[in-house]
Design a protein around this ligand. Structure first.
Ligand code: UD2
Length: 337
């Protein structure tokens, strides 16, 4: 631990930020950055997909409090004893969610409970407790079947899954709480986020985590469809940077902002690059396209630049190297960034 970190530790007085889903992939990188920015953090996570090991750096650190709670059950009771000790929460980053689009299609009511009503639970807490700002993890899924590329924030919203519908509904609730109850709120629409700590084990995990896992095991990579579909892959270190900037800045109230790189990559290109970076002998196989597959996904990135002075900085090859280093258990360049 550096001298600067020791200083923060002894006078733990920075802004108090609650992070729902803070033990997850994006959440734990966000917690790291908040602490580096001098904040204190309360993590709320039900540990269904989040992991304690993601927060191992902060074990026993008085700046980080970890609560096991499912946001769908409400957060007032869990937070009461902690805020009595640490003081009122000034800002909330709401990342907790059921993250699999396919699960939302099979279980729409479950998705509504967690991804829609769960957001309202968080916003109700923010209203009742005088929280200054809420930053919400929305998704490119709100656009659904898009006809324009790159897709701008004002493009028509035609979500094609309960997941996308609930993210869009949550954005509407953010707008309502800001206009009627004066809880400042920003929705960040994540495109395809990847990087260290993304779990490759579920069939619905991010494609990069799956390809990295397969290439390292020298097993075949399966591409769904012809592989010419594109995605805008954004590194988790860039994503956590805009999340924390949006949280600590007063800009962006009532805005929805794309978080991508403005560059698209085909899945064929991605598979080749991962195999090459791994120096692996994996083969590539093709399987039937996923139903409802989006063919192009590319973010327009001007609004993030205008409001938060944000441009993604990590090129795909560099982010892939950091991800592969992490997957191999190496310290890597950007393990926590
Ligand atoms: C992403 C988000 C999802 C939602 C959605 C909105 C992730 C992990 N998921 O879904 O939460 O926001 O965007 O549009 O970021 N693929 C293969 N082989 C594999 C796995 C995937 O070819 O083994 C393909 C898949 O068919 C797709 C692409 O890779 O064309 C990306 O798949 P994904 O599951 O990583 O993410 P996506 O874009 O479906």
């Amino acid at each position: 631990m550096s001298a600067t970190q020791t200083d923060h530790r002894s006078d733990a007085t920075g802004p108090l930020v609650a992070v729902t889903g803070g033990a997850g992939f994006i959440g734990s990188h966000t917690v790291d950055r908040l602490i580096e920015a001098g904040c204190r953090v309360i993590v709320l996570d039900d540990f269904s997909t989040g992991k304690r090991e993601n927060l191992a750096t902060w074990a026993g650190d008085e700046r980080v409090e970890i609560l096991t709670v499912n946001i769908a059950d409400g957060i007032f009771a869990a937070l009461a004893p902690v805020t009595a000790r640490m003081g009122p929460i000034s800002r909330i980053i709401h990342l907790a969610a059921q993250t699999a689009v396919i699960h939302s299609i099979a279980n729409p009511l479950d998705d509504v409970r967690v991804n829609y009503a769960g957001t309202v639970q968080v916003l109700e807490y923010a209203r009742a407790s005088g929280v200054d700002k809420v930053v919400f993890a929305s998704s490119a899924a709100v656009y659904g079947d898009v006809t324009e590329s790159p897709v701008g924030e004002n493009a028509p919203k035609k979500p094609v899954s309960p997941y996308g519908i609930d993210k869009l509904g949550s954005e509407n609730f953010l707008y309502y709480y800001s206009t009627v109850h004066r809880v400042a709120a920003t929705a960040l629409r994540f495109f395809n986020v990847y990087g260290p700590r993304q779990d490759p084990k579920s069939p619905y995990s991010g494609v990069i985590s799956i390809f990295a896992d397969r290439a390292m095991a020298e097993t075949p990579l399966t591409i769904f469809g012809d592989g010419e579909q594109t995605r805008d892959f954004v590194y988790v270190g860039d994503v956590s940077r805009i999340v924390v900037d949006a949280c600590l800045s007063d800009a962006g109230d009532r805005e929805a902002v794309n978080v991508g790189t403005g560059k698209e990559t085909t899945i064929n290109e991605l598979a080749r690059t991962v195999i090459e970076l791994c120096g692996a002998n994996s083969t590539i196989t093709h399987a039937e396209a996923r139903p409802g597959e989006i063919l192009r996904s590319l973010a327009a990135v001007d609004r993030a630049d205008t409001i938060f002075n944000f441009r993604a900085q990590v090129p795909l090859a560099e982010g892939l190297r950091a991800t592969l280093d992490w997957a191999r258990g190496w310290p890597g360049l950007n393990k926590t960034a």
